[in-house]
Design a protein around this ligand. Structure first.
Ligand SMILES: Cc1cc2nc3c(=O)[nH]c(=O)nc-3n(C[C@H](O)[C@H](O)[C@H](O)COP(=O)(O)OP(=O)(O)OC[C@H]3O[C@@H](n4cnc5c(N)ncnc54)[C@H](O)[C@@H]3O)c2cc1C
Length: 292
């Protein structure tokens, strides 16, 4: 079964390294520090500001922290979210970019081919470069197909899939003092509806907008952060994002569980739930997080 997406709607595929470079190039020099992973975070009992312990042994005093440290976030630990490990799907993903020096023959669309518990997805980035992924249950044997075999080793990733269950987003307070989280640190959903990165960009837009509006209204750029405006901003951000992220996370969780399960009864139940809750499988593309 093959489903093309994005024929009439807009789809964009980009390389992570290009995105990171574009963002870093727009920051003032010296803003980005490398080789200093956040080891832990705690609230200073005297100043009530967050304190980050870095892997190089230094301590960073911060006024405000937005933890965007991904699926294994150490910042997320302070919110009582799943502490040790996120839950694991039994599905894993191989993905990569394959270069066709003489051009490929694929249409400019995102195609997903499903057979039993295996899913192959591909989307061209340019006339010569194709991004692809294969999700399947973890097995000791590896099967190879041409596209995978021709993928350069440096472009190849094998990823164990973890997720934060949707109910974590409902039952946890996602602000602690002047600390909050965004992106996969908050809502690791697995790649099943391919929305994690897009939702992370929405987080960034919403948090920036909430901050800009508050600071603009209060005209308290410096003192505002000190006296609780940051907390109000983060509360607003969490409130605005919670519902959207819950539904995204639930949809992705159900699609993932459907791929994951060997039981036809579980698959039947999931299909029934999805046919009620997610009649339009592309519902998430109609969402507009509004402008900055
Ligand atoms: C196989 C697969 C396919 C996907 N496909 C899609 C798709 O098609 N569309 C889509 O929108 N999304 C997709 N996603 C999801 C998307 O990749 C993530 O949702 C997105 O990368 C989350 O961004 P993030 O910035 O929150 O986290 P990340 O991209 O994980 O970035 C976290 C950053 O924090 C750094 N970091 C980690 N720990 C620490 C620490 N302790 N201290 C300091 N820094 C730290 C990391 O080095 C990294 O730079 C896919 C995910 C997977 C696994």
């Amino acid at each position: 079964m093959e489903f093309p997406f994005g024929v009439s709607r807009e789809f964009r595929c980009l390389k992570r390294s290009d995105l990171m470079k574009a963002m870093a190039d727009n920051l003032p020099t010296g803003t980005v520090r490398t080789n200093c992973r956040v080891h832990s975070i705690e609230i200073d009992p005297v100043t009530h500001y967050p304190q980050l312990r870095l892997s190089n042994g230094s301590i960073l005093q911060a006024k405000v922290v937005i933890g965007c440290d991904g699926v294994n976030s150490s910042i997320a630990n302070m919110f009582g979210l799943h502490r040790t490990k996120l839950l694991l799907f039994s599905t894993c993903v191989a993905r990569g970019f394959t270069n066709y020096p003489n051009g490929h023959q694929y249409a400019s669309e995102f195609a997903v081919i499903c057979k039993a518990q295996v899913q192959l997805g591909r989307i061209p980035i340019s006339d010569k470069l194709v991004y692809w992924f294969v999700t399947r249950l973890r097995t000791p044997q590896e099967e190879a197909v041409d596209m995978i075999r021709n993928c350069k080793l440096s472009y190849l990733h094998l990823t164990e899939l973890k997720y934060r269950p949707p109910w974590d987003l409902v039952f946890n307070n996602l602000r602690n003092g002047t600390v909050t989280i965004a992106g996969d640190a908050m809502h690791a959903t697995g790649p099943f509806i391919a929305q994690g990165g897009s939702a992370s960009i929405e987080d960034a837009i919403v948090i920036a907008r909430c901050l800009a509006q508050k600071v603009h209204n209060a005209k308290k750029v410096e003192t505002g952060i000190n006296n609780g405006v940051a907390k109000e901003v983060f509360d607003e951000y969490v409130k605005e994002r919670r519902k959207r992220l819950f539904w995204l996370s639930l949809h992705s969780f159900l699609v993932g569980k459907k791929l994951d399960t060997k039981s036809s009864i579980v698959r039947f139940i999931i299909n029934a739930i999805m046919s009620v809750l997610f009649k339009d499988p592309d519902w998430h593309t109609h969402y507009h997080c509004q402008n900055l």
